[in-house]
Design a protein around this ligand. Structure first.
Ligand code: C2O
Ligand code: CU
Ligand code: CU
Length: 543
């Protein structure tokens, strides 16, 4: 099965990128038109609502089915629903438990959770907890499938076939190396994922990670938020309850019949992966959803709010600012990054947000006149995609307990550059593959049968990353520090512990991490979901 997948993927990337780059329509040509972002925008075929008319939904927090034995247990069924995202329009979604975003999981540091997923969708799925410090067996490796009922078991079929990526298209795999057992496809009708929550308080997110088809599965709705809390955070008196808002920002496009539009080569997501050539650099939508609602509006008190921002878009980048109706920019007080609280706040007026990144931000609405709005705008968008959501300040606050403490967390890792015993370099670039062009790491396309990085548990490593176009680079399992960008130091929003770094066109960066916690097979990849599906992923093995 893996072998077939690899072959299909190579072919599809070949055709997708081959078309995009044929006749001199190079990827850099698309960049010239849209320097702010990498990708191509779809246009919806249905009338779109006026911004700031639909209320902001807050995804429900899922209740555990059991809390016995020190573990919170959850069950999630993955199934299709028909929902009204655009007013008056029915859209079929693929959901976690019937909603998009999926239900929010909320847990405590040090208290493990298990989540049993059942797949009632038409294709196999894989669940990954992004940013999770997770044992390999629960990390959602792209071939660790949850199968729909009645689906033939690929693990059984797999037998002792050889998995060889390089034999793509020529059949057989006889000339290839044999896959080790640990790399075989595994599949189950339900799968129980265990998350020890042995990590700092932060907002993670869970999403599909199936080999070759992650981008369209997320686009159809397979994404949800997952919060971990701890005592350090509790002691800070940050805005909470109704004054803490998880915000999943994602762009989508809608076809004339109301369905989600996406340029898949195989609309059934069964055999041929990839997208139409002109979207090979990334799929952008013309509708901005926050928590699944188009350009929503949310009523707030004139008080401090904590915004837990997540960019769950496949390829769209944002540069957010909060603009009052009377033309003032409110400060965005960043208190946390992908992997939890900073040591002290960093104040921004604009905050870049790349796919998969999260920012924990406090905005103070205290000096906004009741009855007026604060719009969250994307400076990288144009026309309707400049608008994101609005807060309508409804009333003066009776009291405002939430503070912006000058000191936040003191449990950040103290790794130093000099501790790195391994230095590696990876170029994230488009390039030639066997059957055309693809998205490559270090000149190679993803092959589940190849180990790209092998390291020992506990090793501190320095990685130098370099990009041709925008590539948000993500490492599974670990958080990292950003040491530098180009010849300079990190940018203000690089503060704290990250799990995704946004590389801009032509940019290089150095990151420092320590591979801690669990042994096994993990991944690193570009989180432009189209790039990820079209080769830009690599294996990381911790021994
Ligand atoms: Cu957000 Cu490999 O994933
Ligand atoms: Cu991840
Ligand atoms: Cu990329």
């Amino acid at each position: 099965m893996t072998e077939q997948w690899s072959r299909r993927r190579v072919l599809a990337v070949g055709s997708a990128l081959g078309a995009a780059t044929a006749g001199g329509v190079a990827l850099s040509g698309a960049m010239a038109n849209h320097p702010a972002t990498t990708g191509n925008q779809l246009r919806s075929g249905v009338p779109l609502p006026k911004p700031y008319t639909v209320p902001l939904p807050i995804p429900p927090v899922l209740k555990p089915t059991s809390t016995a034995g020190g573990t919170d247990r959850y069950e999630i069924s993955q199934h299709r629903v028909s929902a009204e995202i655009l007013p008056g329009v029915r859209t079929t979604l693929w959901t976690y438990h019937g909603s998009f975003p999926g239900p929010t999981i909320e847990g405590r540091r040090g208290r493990p959770v298990t989540i049993r997923h059942r797949n009632e969708l038409p294709v196999p799925t894989v669940v990954h907890l992004h940013g999770g410090h997770t044992p390999a067996a629960s990390d959602g490796y792209p071939t660790d499938l949850v199968l729909p009922k009645g689906w033939p078991d690929p693990a059984a079929e797999h037998g002792d076939h050889h998995g060889d990526h390089h034999s793509g298209g020529h059949g057989g795999g006889q000339d290839g190396h044999q896959m080790s057992d640990s790399r075989a496809v595994t599949s189950k009708l339900t799968r129980e994922y265990t998350f020890p929550h042995d990590q700092r308080a932060t907002m993670l997110w869970y999403h599909d990670h199936r080999m070759d088809f992650t981008a369209p599965a997320i686009w159809r709705g397979l994404a949800g938020m997952h919060l971990i809390r701890d005592d350090i955070e509790d002691a800070l008196d940050l805005p909470r309850g109704e004054r803490e808002l998880p915000l999943m920002i994602a762009d989508r496009a809608f076809a004339a019949d109301g369905s989600l539009d996406y340029p898949s080569l195989d609309p059934d997501l069964l055999s041929r992966p990839g997208v139409e050539g002109r979207y090979a650099a990334g799929v952008l939508g013309d509708v901005i959803l926050v928590n699944g609602a188009p350009w929503p509006v949310h009523e707030v008190d004139a008080a401090r709010y904590r915004l837990r921002l997540l960019n769950a878009s496949n390829a769209r980048h944002y540069e957010l600012e909060a603009l009052t109706d009377d033309g003032r920019l409110l400060h965005l007080h960043q208190i946390g990054a992908d992997q939890g609280l900073l040591s002290r706040p960093v104040t921004h007026t604009r905050l870049p947000l790349a796919p998969a990144e999260r920012y924990d931000v406090i905005v103070d609405f205290a000096n906004v006149r009741p009855g007026t709005r604060v719009r969250l705008l994307n400076r990288l968008g144009s026309g309707r995609t400049r608008e994101v959501m609005a807060f309508r300040v409804a009333r003066r606050a009776r009291k405002d307990d939430g503070r912006i403490p000058a000191k936040l967390a003191d449990d950040l890792p103290a790794w130093r550059r000099s501790q790195a015993t391994e230095v590696r370099e990876f170029a994230f670039k488009s390039g030639r593959m066997q059957h055309g062009r693809g998205w490559l790491i270090g000149g190679r396309a993803f092959d589940p049968a190849r180990t790209d990085v092998r390291t020992r548990l506990g090793t501190v490593e320095l990685w130098r990353l370099v990009a041709d176009v925008h590539h948000p680079v993500h490492l599974h399992l670990v958080g990292f520090k950003v040491l530098s960008r180009g010849r300079g130091g990190p940018l203000p929003h690089d503060a704290g512990l990250k799990d995704t770094i946004s590389l801009r066109p032509g940019e290089s960066a150095e990151i420092l991490t320590r591979f801690d916690g669990y042994r096994g097979r993990y991944l690193f990849h570009c989180h432009n979901a189209e790039h990820e599906d079209m080769g830009m992923m690599a294996n990381l093995e911790i021994t």
